[in-house]
Design a protein. Structure first.
Length: 245
């Protein structure tokens, strides 16, 4: 009998040590592994003998369609996303495509460590209280709505994690977001910036909100803006939860 098995696998932020046991097991059992070229290179190092299909960035729909087609041929297919596949990854579109098929596909999402908690661990403990996660990419979301979410999060005193903070075309959205947050929070609010968390060239810095423009931010970076209570101690950010020591 055909298996028609499809997994959306979050492979975590970087190397093998950040993958879950379950993700490794699913990749090991897959007949074919599909994903964006950079992530496929990473997985190839762990499972060199597998069959792979790598596609370029911005080819998400094409890539997902290939994954669905392959699973309909009876193969066990693993589609990899960095971090968690359900957070700005491929899980949603895969599920939509699976639902649109006449033939049943057994679909499963395997969670992974997302950039926000990988970065938080490097920065100290910035996510100890309520936080929001916002992507500054306006490829598929209107910029007004993105900035409204930034504003509401700032007003609600959420710690704010900004994914996709900057690209070659979008250079000033992070400045705009920081300005909005500055209406509600001190200019000295700690901001953690982590580039390539969990990867070989990982780097991080902590600046204050007013200096966000001086920081080195690109599309491999995640930015975490503290809430009104967050502070820096011994080079780490702490967002206190309210425990009395
Ligand atoms: N599914 C991924 C997010 C994909 S969106 C996840 O759960 O982590 C791509 C954005 O995620 C990047 O622009 C960057 O802001 C962030 N990101 C992903 N991996 C990262 C890493 N290792 N270090 C820092 N930021 C990362």
């Amino acid at each position: 009998m055909k298996k028609n098995k499809l997994f959306a696998v979050g492979i975590g932020p970087g190397g093998e040590e950040h993958m879950t046991q379950k993700a490794l097991k699913v990749l090991e059992e897959a007949d074919i592994i599909i994903g964006y070229t950079a992530y496929i290179e990473l997985v190839k190092k762990i499972f060199p003998e597998k069959e792979y299909i790598a596609t370029a960035m911005k080819k998400e729909i094409e890539r997902c369609k290939i994954a669905v087609e392959q699973s309909l041929e009876g193969k066990t297919v693993a589609m990899v996303s960095s971090g968690d596949s359900g957070i700005y990854g491929m899980a949603g579109i895969l599920l939509q495509l699976v639902n649109a098929q006449k033939e049943a596909i057994d679909f499963e999402v395997i969670p992974g460590v997302t950039a926000a908690n990988a970065a938080a661990a490097i920065l100290g403990a910035p996510l100890m209280h309520d936080f929001s996660v916002i992507s500054l990419s306006d490829l598929m979301t209107p910029l007004d709505l993105i900035m409204k979410r930034v504003e509401c999060s700032a007003e609600g005193d959420f710690v704010i994690c900004l994914y996709n903070p900057k690209s070659k075309k979008r250079t000033d959205y992070i400045t705009k977001a920081a300005e909005i947050v500055g209406k509600y929070r001190s200019e000295n609010t700690p901001v953690g910036i982590v580039r390539n968390a969990g990867r070989e060239d990982e780097s991080s810095e902590i600046v204050s909100l007013k200096d966000i423009d001086k920081a080195n931010i690109d599309m491999f970076t995640i930015v975490i803006i503290g809430n009104s209570q967050s502070y820096i101690e011994n080079g780490k950010i702490i967002t206190p939860r309210g425990y009395k020591l």
